[in-house]
Design a protein. Sequence first.
Lengths: 143, 143
Amino acid sequence: MKQIATDVAGNCACRKLRMATRKVTRMYDEAMRPVGITPTQFTLLSVVGGSNTVTLTELAELLSMERTTLSRNLKPLERDELISVSAEGYRRAKSVYLSDKGVSILSEALPLWRDAQTILKKQLGANIWNQLQSDLAEVDNII
Amino acid sequence: MKQIATDVAGNCACRKLRMATRKVTRMYDEAMRPVGITPTQFTLLSVVGGSNTVTLTELAELLSMERTTLSRNLKPLERDELISVSAEGYRRAKSVYLSDKGVSILSEALPLWRDAQTILKKQLGANIWNQLQSDLAEVDNII
DNA sequence: TCATATATAGTGTATATACACATTATGAAC
DNA sequence: GTTCATAATGTGTATATACACTATATATGA
């Protein structure tokens, strides 16, 4: 059992992904703190800001996020008036929009995000950084 | 802004990691469901099972997890009596142990985990699978 | 011995995640 | 027009995550 368990720990893709995600998220979270948003919220704002009208379902798909999770994650942003959510016309569809305040916060967050990217890239080295980026893109494409 | 935001979305290492982690975690979660544990719990059980006495702080380090997060994550396992946590003697240190029930559940989960690994590996292809594994190991070593 | 420093764990609060199930708007068939 | 199917979103519940702060056991120094 002991050997098997150790083996599991060292080869589990899920575990390794989650571990890396925890560490990296903590870094980005610290970087974003001055503007008061989390990495997840930064991603939401940037994806919403980069699209012309996305419905909740589309947005969830873009983020590989369960729709119900997205719904919950939008709440703090709505409460703080960085985004607005409104009916879109097709069935029950709703679309998400960046408010002026949202644009402003996103603008403030951008350089902090760039810093975080730069620091991480430097720490990892360009090779691993690039490989990781392309691997993760592949994973998202394939799965 | 629109271009910048799109650029962010496509190059953010944190976003890509989180997206991949969500997808992969959902796969493993589904695989483990028959034995009633989550991927995180499976990892906890296997790491505890593979060590001779780990304190909470050590365990957190092994998992790149905040100690306070670990504390919370152990609760359901303790409640369901898959593990036990007891004082260890050094200052306030506590160690975690697998119970008989924990060993049993872990044994049942192992083949399900192997299936999940196999399916994911097949989907990704051996090349990407191997590269991803080594990249993630590097990330964990470096950061 | 007693006070203090240090190492360790716990709690309050907020966000993140997702499954199972519930709700509702609207297009289509009749 | 009414019914029904379908597409979309919402809610209940449970786990996962982490920061800021708190509590406590014990080793150490006076």
